[in-house]
Design a protein around this ligand. Structure first.
Ligand code: HEM
Length: 82
């Protein structure tokens, strides 16, 4: 597949606000979701809870994300791998 840059979890953790850009991880993939924050159907404050870290703990609580169309949307924001 296409080579993506590799980041550490520490580097991802530096992207926790719109000003620093908002990054999250899902599995071993890294996403810059800054441009999606305002579009999130569940609201800006909720999506920002995951900023700089893993989506899994939050998506485990909100099963609405367990749908192919949500994963497809996320894929569009991929910027790297762990
Ligand atoms: C709904 C995407 C992170 C909470 C949704 C929906 C999408 C989405 C597409 C609508 C799904 C549907 O109705 O079919 C995302 C993406 C995220 C993310 C791409 C991260 C990159 C989060 C986080 C939380 C959260 C971290 C909670 C802490 C919710 C809630 C809804 C929702 C509560 C339901 C809103 C409603 O229908 O009233 N999300 N989400 N989301 N999301 Fe997220």
């Amino acid at each position: 597949g296409a080579p993506y840059p590799v980041f550490t979890r520490q580097e991802v953790g530096r992207h926790r606000s719109l000003a620093e850009r908002v990054w999250v991880t899902y599995g071993h993939e890294v996403f810059d979701i800054t441009d999606f924050v305002e579009l999130h159907p569940g609201g800006k404050s909720k999506i920002l809870l995951a900023a700089g870290g893993a989506l899994e703990p939050f998506w485990a609580m909100y099963a609405v994300h367990s749908q192919e169309h949500v994963l497809q949307l996320l894929r569009a924001y991929k910027v790297g791998e762990l």
